[in-house]
Design a protein around this ligand. Sequence first.
Ligand SMILES: O=C(COP(=O)(O)O)N(O)CCCCOP(=O)(O)O
Ligand SMILES: [Ca+2]
Ligand code: NA
Ligand SMILES: [Zn+2]
Length: 283
Amino acid sequence: MLVTGKEILQDAHKKGYAVGAFNVNNMEIVQAIIQAAEETNSPVILQASQGGLKYAGVEYIAAMAKVAAEKAKVPVAIHLDHGTDFTQIVKCIRNGFTSVMIDGSKHPFEENIAVTKKVVEIAHAAGVSVEAELGKIGGTEDDITVDEKDATFTDPDEAEKFVKETGVDYLAIAIGTAHGPYKGEPKLDFDRLKTIKERLNMPLVLHGSSGVPEESIKKAVSLGINKINIDTDIRLAFNGAVRDFVKNNPDVYDPRKILGPAREAMKEVIKGKMTIFGSVDRA
Ligand SMILES: O=C(COP(=O)(O)O)N(O)CCCCOP(=O)(O)O
Ligand SMILES: [Ca+2]
Ligand code: NA
Ligand SMILES: [Zn+2]
């Protein structure tokens, strides 16, 4: 059933587990996520970046996600990932998204507060939950490339002030993760996470989670991460399955036969994530 992001993440926060937020760009990815969620009885967040909305069209993404959520036997939220454009955010709200991220992390602190407050006001008036970001998460997101040295970690004092002044429902924090594949092994600042959780006592979001070792993810969940963003690992599963299939079946040209195995491969990867995150049988 279709629910808000807050409904899903408040439960995760209270019970100490995390829910996967998986990026969708086409029908097969939506179906893989929902099949994985129903087979493991997990709540789940379908999310689209601005790049994904540009590729498919917000109406298509919203239509697929809404029918998926309404038919699903588990709670499903529909979330805008890394929203930076106010008009785009309102368009998603008008199209039935139940959660939106305003990523003001590239602005100075006070301006991040200002833009975030504006989105919280309109989203909450429409019954939609809000995610914001404090601290810069590395890697490329929506064409904003924040390379490692600029990626600054979230300051607990600032986080406390930020949440008090904006009223956001959940906060994306920077503790050492980055979008895209990792060159070396990411070192997460668990002490910082622990401090932020104690200060904020609210759902927290981990971006750049593909490629983070399973043990680190489990430790982050135990310390208070409740929403975990995954895109790259889905892309890799899709890519591997399609390339394998076309290599072994050079004469097959039916898109259903080429994309079907990719849907299956993505589903298996996503089920694995739900097990690690602890969302299995939480629906
Ligand atoms: O935190 C994450 C995922 O991190 P990951 O790359 O570790 O999976 N996300 O927020 C997904 C970001 C996707 C944006 O990419 P496009 O602009 O190309 O659509
Ligand atoms: Ca950002
Ligand atoms: Na990553
Ligand atoms: Zn992200």
